[in-house]
Design a protein around this ligand. Structure first.
Ligand code: HEC
Length: 103
């Protein structure tokens, strides 16, 4: 019985990390991680810093979607973010939701 519980806990932990991992993989394959890191600033701001800046801002998801799609500058520093033209709207949506939910 004990082994069964350990098995169940193990599988749920795997499923949870699986979801986070999938979004991180999408960020990787979309090229975001060439300039961004989750935990700290690289070329662009850390994704957790972005989440903290817009926490509680109901319009953030829509406005960041447009910025990721078309590029943006002047919010975090002198380096602009170019338009991410190769990334579909659906994937931008997933990525922005994932970034804003980071803690
Ligand atoms: C060539 C480098 C580069 C790439 C690739 C890149 N970014 Fe950025 N990103 C930046 C920089 C630099 C900034 C800060 C721009 C500024 O100061 O306004 C930024 C800002 C952001 C912001 C915050 C915008 C704001 O106004 O607060 C988000 C969200 C973001 N990036 C998401 C993404 C996502 C998602 C991807 C992948 C689809 C991505 N970035 C790809 C460099 C990049």
């Amino acid at each position: 019985m004990k082994a069964v519980w350990i098995g169940i806990i193990g599988v749920s932990a795997l499923l949870l990390t699986g979801v986070v991992q999938a979004d991180q993989n999408l960020a990787q394959s979309s090229g975001c991680l060439n300039c961004h890191m989750v935990d700290k600033k690289m070329v662009g701001p850390g994704f957790k810093d972005i989440a903290a800046k817009y926490r509680g801002d109901a319009g953030a998801e829509a406005s960041l979607h447009g910025k990721v799609k078309n590029g943006t500058k002047g919010v975090w520093g002198p380096i602009p973010m170019p338009a991410n033209t190769g990334v579909s709207d659906d994937n931008i949506k997933i990525l922005v939701k994932w970034i804003l939910a980071l803690k």
